[in-house]
Design a protein around this ligand. Structure first.
Ligand code: ZN
Length: 570
Protein backbone atom coordinates (compact mmCIF):
# COMPACT_ATOMS: atom_id res chain seq x y z
CA UNK A 1 0.00 0.00 0.00
CA UNK A 2 1.33 3.37 -0.95
CA UNK A 3 0.21 5.94 1.54
CA UNK A 4 0.03 9.23 -0.27
CA UNK A 5 0.48 11.44 2.73
CA UNK A 6 0.44 15.16 2.80
CA UNK A 7 4.07 15.15 3.85
CA UNK A 8 5.03 13.32 0.69
CA UNK A 9 3.40 15.96 -1.47
CA UNK A 10 5.03 18.99 -2.88
CA UNK A 11 3.23 22.31 -2.63
CA UNK A 12 0.42 22.46 -5.10
CA UNK A 13 -1.07 25.23 -7.18
CA UNK A 14 -3.59 26.23 -4.50
CA UNK A 15 -0.91 26.48 -1.82
CA UNK A 16 -0.62 30.23 -2.18
CA UNK A 17 -2.13 31.57 1.03
CA UNK A 18 0.32 33.77 2.92
CA UNK A 19 1.60 32.30 6.19
CA UNK A 20 0.09 33.97 9.24
CA UNK A 21 2.03 32.42 12.11
CA UNK A 22 4.18 29.35 12.78
CA UNK A 23 2.08 26.35 13.75
CA UNK A 24 -1.10 27.54 12.05
CA UNK A 25 0.60 28.21 8.76
CA UNK A 26 2.23 24.76 8.86
CA UNK A 27 -1.19 23.21 9.32
CA UNK A 28 -2.61 25.33 6.52
CA UNK A 29 0.25 24.40 4.20
CA UNK A 30 -0.31 20.71 4.95
CA UNK A 31 -4.02 21.06 4.29
CA UNK A 32 -3.41 22.93 1.05
CA UNK A 33 -1.02 20.18 -0.02
CA UNK A 34 -3.76 17.63 0.62
CA UNK A 35 -6.20 19.68 -1.45
CA UNK A 36 -3.67 20.15 -4.27
CA UNK A 37 -3.74 16.42 -4.96
CA UNK A 38 -7.08 17.11 -6.64
CA UNK A 39 -6.42 19.24 -9.72
CA UNK A 40 -9.30 21.66 -10.32
CA UNK A 41 -10.79 21.22 -13.76
CA UNK A 42 -13.65 22.87 -15.60
CA UNK A 43 -16.03 20.15 -16.76
CA UNK A 44 -17.70 21.39 -19.91
CA UNK A 45 -20.26 19.73 -22.10
CA UNK A 46 -21.59 20.97 -25.40
CA UNK A 47 -25.32 21.32 -24.83
CA UNK A 48 -25.91 23.66 -27.76
CA UNK A 49 -27.78 20.85 -29.52
CA UNK A 50 -30.40 20.63 -26.79
CA UNK A 51 -33.74 22.29 -27.61
CA UNK A 52 -34.91 24.88 -25.07
CA UNK A 53 -37.40 22.60 -23.31
CA UNK A 54 -34.75 19.91 -22.84
CA UNK A 55 -32.24 22.43 -21.50
CA UNK A 56 -34.78 23.64 -18.94
CA UNK A 57 -35.56 20.03 -18.03
CA UNK A 58 -31.82 19.49 -17.57
CA UNK A 59 -31.67 22.46 -15.20
CA UNK A 60 -34.42 20.93 -13.05
CA UNK A 61 -32.59 17.60 -12.97
CA UNK A 62 -29.48 19.45 -11.77
CA UNK A 63 -31.54 21.06 -9.00
CA UNK A 64 -32.81 17.64 -7.95
CA UNK A 65 -29.22 16.38 -8.02
CA UNK A 66 -28.15 19.19 -5.65
CA UNK A 67 -30.45 17.69 -3.04
CA UNK A 68 -28.46 14.44 -3.11
CA UNK A 69 -25.43 16.26 -1.66
CA UNK A 70 -27.26 17.11 1.54
CA UNK A 71 -28.69 13.63 2.04
CA UNK A 72 -25.34 12.00 1.40
CA UNK A 73 -23.59 14.22 3.96
CA UNK A 74 -26.13 13.11 6.53
CA UNK A 75 -25.69 9.45 5.53
CA UNK A 76 -21.92 9.59 6.01
CA UNK A 77 -22.07 10.96 9.54
CA UNK A 78 -24.78 12.51 11.72
CA UNK A 79 -22.35 15.29 12.66
CA UNK A 80 -21.78 16.45 9.10
CA UNK A 81 -24.55 19.04 8.66
CA UNK A 82 -23.59 20.94 11.83
CA UNK A 83 -19.90 20.74 11.02
CA UNK A 84 -20.52 22.04 7.52
CA UNK A 85 -22.36 25.06 8.94
CA UNK A 86 -19.49 25.72 11.36
CA UNK A 87 -16.85 25.50 8.64
CA UNK A 88 -18.85 27.67 6.24
CA UNK A 89 -19.02 30.44 8.87
CA UNK A 90 -15.21 30.67 9.13
CA UNK A 91 -13.78 33.23 6.69
CA UNK A 92 -10.11 32.80 7.61
CA UNK A 93 -7.72 31.12 5.15
CA UNK A 94 -7.75 28.02 7.42
CA UNK A 95 -11.52 28.05 7.51
CA UNK A 96 -11.81 28.31 3.74
CA UNK A 97 -9.31 25.50 3.18
CA UNK A 98 -11.09 23.29 5.71
CA UNK A 99 -14.43 23.89 4.03
CA UNK A 100 -12.89 23.24 0.64
CA UNK A 101 -11.44 19.91 1.72
CA UNK A 102 -14.61 18.97 3.61
CA UNK A 103 -16.60 19.43 0.39
CA UNK A 104 -14.14 17.34 -1.60
CA UNK A 105 -14.34 14.51 0.94
CA UNK A 106 -18.00 15.00 1.93
CA UNK A 107 -16.93 14.95 5.55
CA UNK A 108 -13.98 15.70 7.85
CA UNK A 109 -11.97 12.60 6.88
CA UNK A 110 -9.41 12.53 4.11
CA UNK A 111 -10.38 9.67 1.85
CA UNK A 112 -6.90 9.53 0.28
CA UNK A 113 -5.29 9.21 3.70
CA UNK A 114 -7.02 6.15 5.12
CA UNK A 115 -9.84 8.36 6.36
CA UNK A 116 -7.75 10.31 8.86
CA UNK A 117 -9.44 13.45 10.08
CA UNK A 118 -7.93 16.61 8.62
CA UNK A 119 -9.38 18.91 11.29
CA UNK A 120 -7.58 19.96 14.49
CA UNK A 121 -8.46 18.20 17.74
CA UNK A 122 -10.63 21.10 18.95
CA UNK A 123 -13.29 20.08 16.41
CA UNK A 124 -13.73 16.79 18.27
CA UNK A 125 -14.13 14.76 15.11
CA UNK A 126 -14.36 11.02 15.92
CA UNK A 127 -12.88 8.20 13.89
CA UNK A 128 -14.87 7.80 10.65
CA UNK A 129 -17.73 5.50 11.59
CA UNK A 130 -17.56 2.30 9.56
CA UNK A 131 -21.31 1.92 9.87
CA UNK A 132 -21.75 5.48 8.59
CA UNK A 133 -25.05 6.93 9.77
CA UNK A 134 -26.92 3.87 8.52
CA UNK A 135 -26.74 2.19 11.92
CA UNK A 136 -26.71 3.74 15.39
CA UNK A 137 -23.42 5.42 16.28
CA UNK A 138 -23.38 3.65 19.66
CA UNK A 139 -24.06 0.16 18.26
CA UNK A 140 -21.48 -2.49 17.50
CA UNK A 141 -21.44 -4.59 14.37
CA UNK A 142 -21.91 -7.77 16.44
CA UNK A 143 -24.94 -6.28 18.18
CA UNK A 144 -26.64 -5.38 14.89
CA UNK A 145 -25.67 -8.72 13.36
CA UNK A 146 -27.21 -10.55 16.30
CA UNK A 147 -30.41 -8.52 15.93
CA UNK A 148 -30.63 -9.23 12.20
CA UNK A 149 -30.23 -12.95 12.94
CA UNK A 150 -33.39 -12.86 15.08
CA UNK A 151 -35.50 -11.38 12.27
CA UNK A 152 -37.82 -13.48 10.17
CA UNK A 153 -37.34 -13.88 6.44
CA UNK A 154 -34.76 -15.01 3.94
CA UNK A 155 -33.15 -11.66 3.32
CA UNK A 156 -33.85 -12.03 -0.38
CA UNK A 157 -34.75 -8.82 -2.12
CA UNK A 158 -38.29 -8.68 -3.44
CA UNK A 159 -40.00 -9.92 -0.33
CA UNK A 160 -41.18 -7.67 2.46
CA UNK A 161 -40.06 -9.64 5.48
CA UNK A 162 -38.51 -8.01 8.50
CA UNK A 163 -35.09 -9.31 7.53
CA UNK A 164 -35.38 -7.96 3.99
CA UNK A 165 -36.28 -4.54 5.32
CA UNK A 166 -33.50 -4.46 7.91
CA UNK A 167 -30.86 -5.58 5.42
CA UNK A 168 -32.36 -3.74 2.43
CA UNK A 169 -30.82 -0.95 0.39
CA UNK A 170 -33.36 1.70 1.34
CA UNK A 171 -33.70 1.64 5.13
CA UNK A 172 -31.62 2.83 8.04
CA UNK A 173 -31.35 1.07 11.37
CA UNK A 174 -32.05 2.97 14.59
CA UNK A 175 -32.09 2.12 18.29
CA UNK A 176 -35.31 2.27 20.27
CA UNK A 177 -35.19 4.92 22.97
CA UNK A 178 -34.32 3.52 26.40
CA UNK A 179 -37.29 2.08 28.27
CA UNK A 180 -39.25 1.44 25.13
CA UNK A 181 -39.63 -2.32 25.41
CA UNK A 182 -41.07 -3.70 22.21
CA UNK A 183 -40.22 -7.37 22.09
CA UNK A 184 -38.60 -6.61 18.74
CA UNK A 185 -35.08 -6.29 20.07
CA UNK A 186 -33.08 -3.10 20.58
CA UNK A 187 -33.34 -1.79 16.99
CA UNK A 188 -35.87 -0.89 14.32
CA UNK A 189 -35.59 0.20 10.71
CA UNK A 190 -36.78 3.41 9.12
CA UNK A 191 -37.43 3.78 5.40
CA UNK A 192 -35.55 6.38 3.35
CA UNK A 193 -38.80 8.03 2.22
CA UNK A 194 -39.53 8.79 5.87
CA UNK A 195 -35.96 9.45 7.05
CA UNK A 196 -35.27 11.98 4.26
CA UNK A 197 -38.84 13.07 3.63
CA UNK A 198 -38.26 16.78 3.06
CA UNK A 199 -35.22 16.39 0.86
CA UNK A 200 -36.75 13.65 -1.28
CA UNK A 201 -39.95 15.66 -1.64
CA UNK A 202 -37.95 18.56 -3.04
CA UNK A 203 -35.97 16.33 -5.41
CA UNK A 204 -39.17 14.64 -6.60
CA UNK A 205 -40.79 17.95 -7.43
CA UNK A 206 -37.81 18.98 -9.60
CA UNK A 207 -37.86 15.64 -11.37
CA UNK A 208 -41.58 16.04 -12.06
CA UNK A 209 -41.03 19.50 -13.54
CA UNK A 210 -38.31 18.06 -15.76
CA UNK A 211 -40.65 15.22 -16.77
CA UNK A 212 -43.29 17.74 -17.82
CA UNK A 213 -40.77 19.63 -19.96
CA UNK A 214 -38.96 16.89 -21.85
CA UNK A 215 -40.36 15.51 -25.07
CA UNK A 216 -38.24 12.34 -24.90
CA UNK A 217 -40.57 9.53 -23.82
CA UNK A 218 -38.07 7.23 -22.06
CA UNK A 219 -36.63 10.17 -20.14
CA UNK A 220 -40.09 11.40 -19.14
CA UNK A 221 -40.97 7.92 -17.91
CA UNK A 222 -37.80 7.54 -15.86
CA UNK A 223 -38.18 10.99 -14.26
CA UNK A 224 -41.81 10.38 -13.31
CA UNK A 225 -41.11 6.96 -11.87
CA UNK A 226 -38.00 8.07 -10.01
CA UNK A 227 -39.94 10.97 -8.47
CA UNK A 228 -42.54 8.46 -7.34
CA UNK A 229 -39.84 6.15 -5.96
CA UNK A 230 -38.47 8.97 -3.81
CA UNK A 231 -41.89 9.23 -2.16
CA UNK A 232 -42.80 5.54 -1.94
CA UNK A 233 -39.39 3.91 -1.33
CA UNK A 234 -40.09 1.43 -4.14
CA UNK A 235 -37.35 1.88 -6.75
CA UNK A 236 -38.01 -1.18 -8.89
CA UNK A 237 -40.09 0.34 -11.71
CA UNK A 238 -37.82 3.38 -11.98
CA UNK A 239 -34.72 1.18 -12.12
CA UNK A 240 -36.30 -0.68 -15.04
CA UNK A 241 -37.08 2.67 -16.70
CA UNK A 242 -33.45 3.72 -16.15
CA UNK A 243 -32.29 0.59 -17.97
CA UNK A 244 -34.59 1.54 -20.86
CA UNK A 245 -33.43 5.17 -21.10
CA UNK A 246 -32.74 6.19 -24.68
CA UNK A 247 -32.42 9.97 -24.62
CA UNK A 248 -29.92 12.77 -25.12
CA UNK A 249 -30.05 13.45 -21.36
CA UNK A 250 -29.01 10.46 -19.26
CA UNK A 251 -29.60 11.10 -15.56
CA UNK A 252 -28.70 8.70 -12.75
CA UNK A 253 -30.14 9.90 -9.47
CA UNK A 254 -31.06 8.15 -6.25
CA UNK A 255 -29.72 5.71 -3.67
CA UNK A 256 -27.28 3.31 -5.34
CA UNK A 257 -23.84 2.28 -4.13
CA UNK A 258 -23.26 0.55 -0.80
CA UNK A 259 -19.53 1.20 -0.23
CA UNK A 260 -20.15 3.69 2.55
CA UNK A 261 -21.75 0.88 4.61
CA UNK A 262 -18.45 -0.67 5.63
CA UNK A 263 -20.17 -3.06 8.04
CA UNK A 264 -22.37 -5.03 5.67
CA UNK A 265 -22.55 -3.25 2.30
CA UNK A 266 -26.36 -3.24 2.59
CA UNK A 267 -27.32 0.43 2.57
CA UNK A 268 -27.41 2.59 -0.54
CA UNK A 269 -25.90 6.08 -0.62
CA UNK A 270 -27.63 8.90 -2.46
CA UNK A 271 -25.88 10.26 -5.53
CA UNK A 272 -26.46 11.81 -8.92
CA UNK A 273 -24.77 11.81 -12.28
CA UNK A 274 -26.44 14.25 -14.64
CA UNK A 275 -25.03 13.52 -18.07
CA UNK A 276 -25.41 14.00 -21.81
CA UNK A 277 -25.01 11.08 -24.20
CA UNK A 278 -21.85 11.08 -26.37
CA UNK A 279 -23.04 10.04 -29.81
CA UNK A 280 -19.62 9.58 -31.48
CA UNK A 281 -18.37 7.20 -28.79
CA UNK A 282 -21.68 5.38 -28.76
CA UNK A 283 -21.09 4.66 -32.43
CA UNK A 284 -17.55 3.37 -31.77
CA UNK A 285 -18.91 1.14 -29.05
CA UNK A 286 -21.41 -0.35 -31.46
CA UNK A 287 -18.58 -1.11 -33.83
CA UNK A 288 -16.55 -2.86 -31.11
CA UNK A 289 -19.59 -4.82 -30.02
CA UNK A 290 -20.16 -6.24 -33.47
CA UNK A 291 -16.60 -7.66 -33.36
CA UNK A 292 -16.89 -9.51 -30.07
CA UNK A 293 -17.74 -13.00 -31.32
CA UNK A 294 -14.88 -12.83 -33.82
CA UNK A 295 -12.56 -11.79 -30.98
CA UNK A 296 -13.79 -14.63 -28.76
CA UNK A 297 -13.19 -17.10 -31.60
CA UNK A 298 -9.60 -15.86 -31.89
CA UNK A 299 -8.71 -15.74 -28.16
CA UNK A 300 -5.15 -16.94 -27.56
CA UNK A 301 -6.31 -19.93 -25.49
CA UNK A 302 -7.14 -23.60 -26.01
CA UNK A 303 -10.05 -23.48 -28.52
CA UNK A 304 -12.08 -25.73 -26.22
CA UNK A 305 -12.09 -22.88 -23.67
CA UNK A 306 -13.68 -20.40 -26.10
CA UNK A 307 -17.38 -19.65 -26.02
CA UNK A 308 -18.95 -20.49 -29.40
CA UNK A 309 -21.98 -18.32 -28.70
CA UNK A 310 -21.58 -15.19 -26.59
CA UNK A 311 -24.64 -14.14 -24.66
CA UNK A 312 -26.41 -10.84 -25.09
CA UNK A 313 -24.23 -7.85 -24.36
CA UNK A 314 -24.90 -5.74 -21.29
CA UNK A 315 -25.74 -2.20 -22.39
CA UNK A 316 -22.99 0.41 -22.21
CA UNK A 317 -23.50 4.17 -22.42
CA UNK A 318 -20.80 6.74 -23.05
CA UNK A 319 -21.78 10.09 -21.62
CA UNK A 320 -20.36 13.46 -20.57
CA UNK A 321 -20.93 14.77 -17.09
CA UNK A 322 -22.77 18.05 -16.54
CA UNK A 323 -23.11 17.66 -12.79
CA UNK A 324 -22.51 15.07 -10.10
CA UNK A 325 -23.47 15.02 -6.44
CA UNK A 326 -23.43 13.01 -3.23
CA UNK A 327 -21.67 9.66 -3.31
CA UNK A 328 -20.99 10.34 -6.98
CA UNK A 329 -18.84 13.35 -6.13
CA UNK A 330 -16.59 12.56 -3.20
CA UNK A 331 -12.84 12.05 -3.09
CA UNK A 332 -11.52 10.33 -6.18
CA UNK A 333 -14.02 10.90 -8.97
CA UNK A 334 -16.03 8.07 -10.47
CA UNK A 335 -15.03 7.51 -14.09
CA UNK A 336 -17.50 4.72 -14.85
CA UNK A 337 -20.18 2.80 -13.02
CA UNK A 338 -22.33 -0.28 -13.31
CA UNK A 339 -25.89 -0.06 -12.05
CA UNK A 340 -28.35 -0.91 -10.64
CA UNK A 341 -27.26 -3.18 -7.80
CA UNK A 342 -30.73 -4.60 -7.12
CA UNK A 343 -30.72 -8.30 -8.08
CA UNK A 344 -34.40 -8.20 -9.02
CA UNK A 345 -33.71 -5.58 -11.69
CA UNK A 346 -30.57 -7.35 -12.87
CA UNK A 347 -32.54 -10.58 -13.24
CA UNK A 348 -35.18 -8.91 -15.36
CA UNK A 349 -33.15 -6.32 -17.26
CA UNK A 350 -29.47 -6.85 -16.57
CA UNK A 351 -27.35 -3.88 -15.58
CA UNK A 352 -25.95 -0.95 -17.48
CA UNK A 353 -22.39 0.35 -17.65
CA UNK A 354 -22.06 4.12 -17.87
CA UNK A 355 -18.70 5.60 -18.87
CA UNK A 356 -18.05 9.26 -18.05
CA UNK A 357 -15.93 10.39 -20.97
CA UNK A 358 -15.17 13.98 -20.03
CA UNK A 359 -14.23 12.87 -16.51
CA UNK A 360 -11.85 10.31 -18.00
CA UNK A 361 -10.42 13.00 -20.25
CA UNK A 362 -9.86 15.39 -17.36
CA UNK A 363 -8.08 12.66 -15.37
CA UNK A 364 -6.01 11.87 -18.42
CA UNK A 365 -4.87 15.45 -18.85
CA UNK A 366 -4.37 16.36 -15.19
CA UNK A 367 -2.80 13.13 -13.95
CA UNK A 368 -1.81 10.76 -16.72
CA UNK A 369 0.08 13.19 -18.96
CA UNK A 370 2.19 14.55 -16.06
CA UNK A 371 2.83 10.97 -14.87
CA UNK A 372 3.98 10.00 -18.36
CA UNK A 373 6.45 12.89 -18.29
CA UNK A 374 8.05 11.40 -15.17
CA UNK A 375 7.60 7.67 -15.68
CA UNK A 376 8.28 7.15 -19.38
CA UNK A 377 11.39 7.39 -21.48
CA UNK A 378 11.63 10.42 -23.77
CA UNK A 379 10.67 8.52 -26.92
CA UNK A 380 7.65 6.92 -25.23
CA UNK A 381 6.18 10.16 -23.91
CA UNK A 382 4.93 11.28 -27.29
CA UNK A 383 3.08 7.99 -27.65
CA UNK A 384 0.47 8.66 -25.00
CA UNK A 385 -2.99 9.44 -26.34
CA UNK A 386 -6.46 9.94 -24.91
CA UNK A 387 -7.96 8.16 -27.88
CA UNK A 388 -6.01 4.98 -27.04
CA UNK A 389 -6.71 5.45 -23.34
CA UNK A 390 -10.46 5.66 -23.86
CA UNK A 391 -10.61 2.93 -26.49
CA UNK A 392 -8.87 0.64 -24.00
CA UNK A 393 -11.30 1.52 -21.24
CA UNK A 394 -14.20 0.63 -23.53
CA UNK A 395 -12.53 -2.59 -24.57
CA UNK A 396 -11.75 -3.47 -20.94
CA UNK A 397 -15.47 -3.36 -20.18
CA UNK A 398 -16.36 -5.49 -23.19
CA UNK A 399 -13.66 -8.07 -22.43
CA UNK A 400 -15.25 -8.80 -19.05
CA UNK A 401 -17.89 -10.58 -21.12
CA UNK A 402 -15.40 -12.67 -23.10
CA UNK A 403 -13.32 -15.67 -22.08
CA UNK A 404 -14.26 -18.47 -19.67
CA UNK A 405 -17.17 -17.90 -17.29
CA UNK A 406 -19.13 -21.12 -16.77
CA UNK A 407 -17.25 -24.13 -15.45
CA UNK A 408 -18.22 -27.80 -15.52
CA UNK A 409 -20.33 -28.99 -12.61
CA UNK A 410 -22.71 -26.05 -12.43
CA UNK A 411 -20.20 -23.62 -11.03
CA UNK A 412 -18.53 -20.52 -12.44
CA UNK A 413 -15.17 -18.81 -12.42
CA UNK A 414 -16.21 -16.30 -9.77
CA UNK A 415 -17.06 -19.00 -7.24
CA UNK A 416 -14.09 -21.18 -8.13
CA UNK A 417 -11.55 -18.38 -7.69
CA UNK A 418 -13.30 -16.87 -4.66
CA UNK A 419 -11.23 -14.06 -3.10
CA UNK A 420 -8.71 -14.25 -5.96
CA UNK A 421 -11.38 -13.71 -8.59
CA UNK A 422 -11.71 -9.93 -8.70
CA UNK A 423 -7.98 -9.21 -9.17
CA UNK A 424 -7.55 -11.93 -11.81
CA UNK A 425 -10.69 -10.81 -13.67
CA UNK A 426 -9.66 -7.13 -13.66
CA UNK A 427 -6.19 -8.02 -14.95
CA UNK A 428 -7.78 -10.23 -17.58
CA UNK A 429 -10.05 -7.45 -18.81
CA UNK A 430 -7.10 -5.03 -19.02
CA UNK A 431 -4.59 -7.24 -20.76
CA UNK A 432 -7.04 -8.93 -23.10
CA UNK A 433 -8.38 -5.45 -23.91
CA UNK A 434 -4.93 -4.60 -25.29
CA UNK A 435 -4.86 -7.91 -27.14
CA UNK A 436 -8.29 -7.21 -28.66
CA UNK A 437 -7.42 -3.67 -29.79
CA UNK A 438 -4.30 -5.03 -31.49
CA UNK A 439 -6.48 -7.59 -33.32
CA UNK A 440 -8.83 -4.84 -34.46
CA UNK A 441 -5.95 -2.61 -35.53
CA UNK A 442 -4.45 -5.48 -37.54
CA UNK A 443 -7.75 -5.79 -39.36
CA UNK A 444 -8.02 -1.98 -39.78
CA UNK A 445 -11.19 -1.86 -37.68
CA UNK A 446 -9.51 0.73 -35.45
CA UNK A 447 -6.91 3.24 -36.53
CA UNK A 448 -3.23 2.23 -36.43
CA UNK A 449 -2.57 5.21 -34.12
CA UNK A 450 -4.47 3.42 -31.36
CA UNK A 451 -2.24 0.35 -31.61
CA UNK A 452 0.85 2.59 -31.78
CA UNK A 453 0.00 4.48 -28.60
CA UNK A 454 -1.99 2.07 -26.46
CA UNK A 455 0.92 0.18 -24.88
CA UNK A 456 2.76 3.30 -23.75
CA UNK A 457 -0.53 4.82 -22.63
CA UNK A 458 -1.24 1.65 -20.65
CA UNK A 459 2.23 1.76 -19.06
CA UNK A 460 1.74 5.36 -17.91
CA UNK A 461 -1.75 4.47 -16.72
CA UNK A 462 -0.34 1.58 -14.66
CA UNK A 463 1.62 4.08 -12.57
CA UNK A 464 -1.51 6.18 -12.13
CA UNK A 465 -3.43 3.15 -10.84
CA UNK A 466 -0.70 1.85 -8.54
CA UNK A 467 -0.57 5.21 -6.80
CA UNK A 468 -4.00 4.36 -5.38
CA UNK A 469 -2.50 1.30 -3.74
CA UNK A 470 -2.43 -2.40 -4.50
CA UNK A 471 -4.90 -3.54 -1.89
CA UNK A 472 -8.05 -3.67 -4.01
CA UNK A 473 -8.78 -5.66 -7.14
CA UNK A 474 -7.85 -3.06 -9.77
CA UNK A 475 -4.55 -2.17 -8.11
CA UNK A 476 -3.65 -5.83 -7.66
CA UNK A 477 -4.51 -6.52 -11.27
CA UNK A 478 -2.31 -3.66 -12.46
CA UNK A 479 0.67 -4.73 -10.34
CA UNK A 480 0.30 -8.24 -11.72
CA UNK A 481 0.36 -6.98 -15.30
CA UNK A 482 3.18 -4.48 -14.83
CA UNK A 483 5.45 -7.04 -13.18
CA UNK A 484 4.60 -9.79 -15.68
CA UNK A 485 5.37 -7.54 -18.63
CA UNK A 486 8.64 -6.48 -16.97
CA UNK A 487 9.57 -10.15 -16.52
CA UNK A 488 8.76 -10.80 -20.17
CA UNK A 489 11.05 -7.96 -21.22
CA UNK A 490 8.10 -6.18 -22.82
CA UNK A 491 8.56 -3.24 -20.45
CA UNK A 492 12.09 -2.20 -19.53
CA UNK A 493 13.64 0.19 -17.06
CA UNK A 494 16.00 2.70 -18.65
CA UNK A 495 19.27 3.93 -17.15
CA UNK A 496 17.59 7.07 -15.85
CA UNK A 497 14.88 5.05 -14.09
CA UNK A 498 12.15 5.74 -16.63
CA UNK A 499 10.17 2.93 -18.23
CA UNK A 500 9.76 2.05 -21.90
CA UNK A 501 7.77 -0.34 -24.05
CA UNK A 502 9.79 -2.83 -26.11
CA UNK A 503 7.94 -2.90 -29.42
CA UNK A 504 9.35 -6.24 -30.53
CA UNK A 505 8.14 -8.02 -27.40
CA UNK A 506 4.95 -6.38 -26.23
CA UNK A 507 2.47 -8.11 -28.55
CA UNK A 508 3.53 -11.62 -27.61
CA UNK A 509 3.79 -10.79 -23.94
CA UNK A 510 0.24 -9.37 -23.94
CA UNK A 511 -1.10 -12.46 -25.71
CA UNK A 512 0.85 -14.70 -23.33
CA UNK A 513 -0.52 -13.08 -20.20
CA UNK A 514 -4.03 -13.14 -21.67
CA UNK A 515 -3.58 -16.88 -22.19
CA UNK A 516 -2.23 -17.41 -18.68
CA UNK A 517 -5.07 -15.57 -16.93
CA UNK A 518 -7.85 -17.03 -19.06
CA UNK A 519 -6.46 -20.53 -18.58
CA UNK A 520 -6.47 -20.06 -14.80
CA UNK A 521 -10.10 -19.01 -15.13
CA UNK A 522 -11.07 -21.87 -17.45
CA UNK A 523 -9.59 -24.37 -14.99
CA UNK A 524 -11.05 -22.65 -11.95
CA UNK A 525 -7.47 -22.89 -10.67
CA UNK A 526 -7.61 -21.26 -7.24
CA UNK A 527 -4.13 -22.36 -6.20
CA UNK A 528 -2.68 -21.10 -9.48
CA UNK A 529 -4.41 -17.73 -9.09
CA UNK A 530 -3.21 -17.41 -5.52
CA UNK A 531 0.39 -18.29 -6.41
CA UNK A 532 0.45 -15.86 -9.31
CA UNK A 533 -0.95 -12.99 -7.25
CA UNK A 534 1.38 -13.73 -4.35
CA UNK A 535 4.35 -13.56 -6.68
CA UNK A 536 3.27 -10.56 -8.72
CA UNK A 537 1.29 -8.23 -6.48
CA UNK A 538 4.15 -6.22 -5.11
CA UNK A 539 5.67 -2.85 -5.72
CA UNK A 540 9.18 -3.45 -6.92
CA UNK A 541 11.97 -0.98 -6.06
CA UNK A 542 12.23 0.31 -9.64
CA UNK A 543 8.48 1.05 -9.62
CA UNK A 544 8.65 2.64 -6.18
CA UNK A 545 11.42 4.98 -7.38
CA UNK A 546 9.09 6.32 -10.06
CA UNK A 547 6.18 6.60 -7.62
CA UNK A 548 8.41 8.63 -5.30
CA UNK A 549 9.00 11.12 -8.10
CA UNK A 550 5.26 11.53 -8.67
CA UNK A 551 4.68 13.26 -5.35
CA UNK A 552 3.87 16.61 -6.95
CA UNK A 553 1.55 15.21 -9.62
CA UNK A 554 -2.18 15.45 -8.85
CA UNK A 555 -3.79 12.18 -7.81
CA UNK A 556 -7.18 13.08 -9.21
CA UNK A 557 -9.38 15.94 -10.25
CA UNK A 558 -11.78 18.30 -8.55
CA UNK A 559 -14.48 18.99 -11.12
CA UNK A 560 -16.01 22.43 -11.54
CA UNK A 561 -19.37 22.13 -13.18
CA UNK A 562 -19.23 25.17 -15.42
CA UNK A 563 -21.87 24.01 -17.89
CA UNK A 564 -24.28 23.29 -15.05
CA UNK A 565 -23.62 26.71 -13.54
CA UNK A 566 -24.21 28.50 -16.83
CA UNK A 567 -27.41 26.59 -17.34
CA UNK A 568 -28.75 27.43 -13.88
CA UNK A 569 -27.96 31.11 -14.46
CA UNK A 570 -30.12 31.27 -17.61
ZN1 ZN B 1 -13.17 -4.06 -14.90
Amino acid sequence: MIAITAAACGPGPTNTAPPSNGADSDALAALNAQIARYAPVDLKVDISGLPGNEATALAHIIRAAHVMDGIFLEQVWAGNPALLARLAADDSPEGRARLHYFLINKGPWSRLDKNESFLPAEFGVPKKPEQANYYPADATKEEVEAWIATLVGSGKSGEHSAKTQATGFFTIVRRFPPGMATGLGPFYWDRYDAAYQNELGEAASHLRKAAELTSQPTLKKFLELRAKAFLTNDYFASDIAWMELDASIEPTIGPYETYEDEWFGYKAAFEAFVTIRDDAETKRLGMFSSELQALENALPIDPAMRNPKLGALAPIRVVNVVFTAGDGNRGVQTAAFNLPNDDRVIKEKGSKRVMLKNVQEAKFEKALVPIAAVALGAADRSKVSFDAFFAHILMHELMHGLGPHQLPGDTDVRHALKDMYAAIEEAKADISGLWALQQLADRSVVSPQIAQTMYTTFLASAFRSIRFGITEAHGKGIALQLNSLLDQGAFVVNQDGTFSVVDSKIRDAVAGLTRELMTIEARGDYAGAQALLQRMVTIRPEVQRVLDKLAGVPVDIEPRFVTAKELLRR
